[in-house]
Design a protein around this ligand. Structure first.
Ligand code: ATP
Length: 326
């Protein structure tokens, strides 16, 4: 394999807190190892539009505490075509970029795998998505911060729910993965948690809420946006038809879950994975994802990380959440 001289780093897909800490780690590790680094703005779109920015150790100062991504991110349709990727590769080559660290989710990894196979450019990817749905890493960048943001919101909603004797349905992010909903629901003491991975019968939910209404004066139900009942408004509407113990309210947390300063966990994770991605590339690794397993940084074959990506529902945790909410 040819010697790597210049590494390109970019963020792609949904932004996630901790991406900046990771960019910083990639840039500084590469420079420490005597390599050049180029930031590619707006992910694959920036490869096509030649949005290349030379980075030095100082260009990533004062970003470790910032949410979002200083390199910006985008979703790029052209990159899904062989012609689009050929054009992107031509631009990379002209810029002298000979290896890549993509930071993103499974879509980003799929694009990176295509590019690497088609043009023989080494890639080592970092899992950056609040959904925590990638195989090969116990945590993805941003998940911890997003879950803490949700818990903070639940705590605030609980204050008003308790003051007015209300039942709140709180919808959180997670189209395919209920990881945020499950963990925030447990940490926030939710009455019930509805997830995309498991269908919840509305009659059973009503029965549970009726039982708890005999003992409690307010309650919170967490619903992942991908829940099969169609989200918080639909669930609330159907529950209202048969349940009249409390005043019912709905809160959709939406994009605020993506923002905010990264938690210490996400900053450290960003540092560890960015550092490991560069070291792995320079050690000759290709088409891998760096992840954290049992608190150790490990490599997973990119193909596996993409295709086994579904979050496996932790049934035992859901059962525990039900028991702890009696
Ligand atoms: P998140 O989990 O936050 O949504 P993601 O990386 O999965 O992040 P996507 O929008 O699915 O987000 O993918 C990001 C980009 O990766 C796409 O806009 C596209 O440019 C590229 N990409 C996704 N799927 C493919 C594919 N099948 N072939 C080539 N490129 C792809």
């Amino acid at each position: 394999m040819a010697e790597i001289k210049k590494i390109g780093v970019f963020t792609s897909g949904g932004d996630a807190p901790g991406m900046n800490a990771c960019i910083r780690a990639v840039v500084r590790t590469a420079i420490y190892m005597g390599k050049e680094v180029v930031g590619i703005q707006q992910g694959y779109q920036g490869m096509i539009d030649k949005k290349f920015v030379p980075m030095d150790a100082r260009s990533v100062r004062n970003i470790i505490q910032m949410g979002g991504t200083v390199l910006k991110t985008a979703r790029c349709m052209d990159f899904r075509t062989p012609e689009g990727r050929a054009f992107a590769y031509k631009n990379l080559k002209e810029e002298g970029i000979d290896a890549l660290v993509p930071i993103g989710g499974d879509g980003t990894f799929t694009g990176a795998e295509f590019l690497s196979r088609e043009f023989d450019i080494p890639v080592v990817c970092v899992p950056g998505t609040i959904d925590n749905d990638l195989y090969g890493s116990d945590y993805t960048l941003g998940y911890d911060t997003a879950t803490n943001t949700v818990i903070d919101a639940i705590d605030k909603i609980r204050d008003t729910a308790a003051s007015h004797d209300r039942l709140f349905f709180v919808e959180v992010m997670g189209r395919d993965s209920g990881c945020i909903a499950l963990h925030a629901g447990i940490a926030g003491g939710a009455e019930a948690i509805l997830l995309p991975e498991k269908e919840t019968a509305i009659d059973e939910l009503i029965e549970k809420l009726e039982q708890s209404a005999e003992k409690k004066t307010s309650s919170i139900v967490i619903i992942a946006e991908g829940d099969k009942n169609g989200g918080a408004y639909n669930v609330a509407k159907r529950v209202k038809e048969k349940f009249n113990f409390y005043d019912i309210k709905v809160t959709i947390l939406g994009h605020l879950q993506r923002g905010g300063s990264p938690s210490s966990f996400d900053r450290v994770l960003g540092g560890r994975l960015g550092y490991a991605a560069v070291k792995s590339l320079l050690a000759g690794e290709n088409r891998k994802m760096v992840g954290l397993r049992n608190n150790k940084v490990e490599l997973t074959d990119l193909h596996e990380a993409i295709h086994n990506h579904t979050f496996k529902l932790e049934e035992d945790l859901l059962e525990m959440a039900n028991i702890l909410s009696i």
